[in-house]
Ligand binder design. Structure first.
Ligand code: C2E
Ligand code: MG
Ligand code: MG
Ligand code: MG
Length: 285
């Protein structure tokens, strides 16, 4: 019979729990140092229009751990959020994103390209969040029109008035907003109307089962119709197949992001693909 500890759980199970806790604690300790040790970096994933032109990019943070290798944000963002480390981490993302946008200003092939940065709820809820962003924008001489901040619906749960106020302050300065993972969280349609939003991003979950000849998932269709009726742009996340792209186009979604168009790449590699694209489309002499 299985040996049980006093807490009634099988020993192996308890051991696994302990290992997991220890793993978490060491990740937390190391994450504290990661920013100062320059171990974070941004990857960029293209957003394209129907003609396949790259019109923007989303910045996705990666942790280049000295021993564990590349760690994806799905692993460390939740830890960062629970420990408050999301504040320095999130600020680093804004700094680095704006530094990149500042460098892009003088590259002709990148004119008009939007950069989207993900912002956590806790990060956005800092009373001086808008001032922080505006000061970083100024520091790097970034045209605010080129910056989009991706927020999630959970923001509206706690402090809708404060949220709207901060968004308005940034919007007046020229910054745009996208609602990320739309359809997966709490959302009050009443708020959608009053938020100064530019874009809804359809979550990958609703893109995944789109296929030609099948009845389109009613959720994707509904989100696209909703965006249209509110006058918002709509971006489909996680587009992997041409069938998905075609169905989305039929439904009226004209901006796509996903492996079909490009995986997230380090900033330099992303830049090279764009500059090469631009060169390839020059008239041949
Ligand atoms: P998200 O903002 O919804 O980002 C989209 C995620 O979908 C990214 O995962 C991206 O690599 C992935 N993706 C894009 N196209 C495809 C596709 O065709 N197929 C599949 N299977 N996946 C695709 P990633 O980079 O692992 O990021 C996961 C999440 O971590 C992000 O979801 C976002 O919530 C969070 N995150 C990433 N960077 C940051 C950041 O700088 N700050 C904050 N607060 N959160 C971040
Ligand atoms: Mg996002
Ligand atoms: Mg998303
Ligand atoms: Mg997502």
């Amino acid at each position: 019979e299985a040996k049980r500890q006093r807490d009634g759980k099988p020993r192996l199970f308890r051991q696994a729990q302990e290992d997991e806790l220890e793993e978490r604690l060491s990740l937390e300790r190391e994450l504290r140092l990661a920013i100062d040790h320059d171990e974070l970096c941004l990857y960029l994933q293209p957003q394209v229009d129907e003609a396949g032109n790259i019109i923007g990019a989303e910045a996705l943070v990666r942790w280049q751990h000295p021993e564990r290798g590349m760690i994806s944000p799905g692993h460390f963002i939740p830890i960062a959020e629970e420990t408050g480390l999301i504040l320095p981490l999130g600020h680093w993302v804004i700094q680095e994103g704006c530094r990149v946008l500042g460098e892009w200003r003088n590259i002709p092939a990148l004119q008009g390209l939007q950069l989207s940065l993900n912002v956590s709820v806790r990060q956005f809820q800092q009373p001086d969040f808008a001032d922080q962003v505006l000061s970083v924008i100024q520091q790097h001489d970034v045209p605010p029109e080129r910056l989009t901040l991706e927020l999630t619906e959970s923001l509206l749960l706690s402090d809708p008035d404060g949220t709207i106020e901060k968004m308005q302050q940034l919007q007046r300065a020229g910054v745009s907003f996208a609602l990320d993972d739309f359809g997966t969280g709490y959302s009050s349609l009443a708020y959608l109307k009053v938020l100064p939003l530019d874009t809804l991003k359809i979550d990958i979950a609703f893109v995944r089962d789109l296929a030609l000849g099948m009845q389109a998932t009613p959720i994707a269709a509904t989100i696209i119709a909703l965006a249209q009726s509110l006058g918002l742009r709509v971006v489909a996340e996680g587009v992997e197949t041409n069938d998905q792209r075609l169905v989305l186009a039929q439904l009226g979604c004209h901006i796509y992001q996903g492996f079909l168009f490009g995986r997230p790449l380090p900033v330099d590699a992303f830049l090279r693909t764009i500059v090469e694209d631009a060169r390839a489309s020059l008239p041949h002499k």
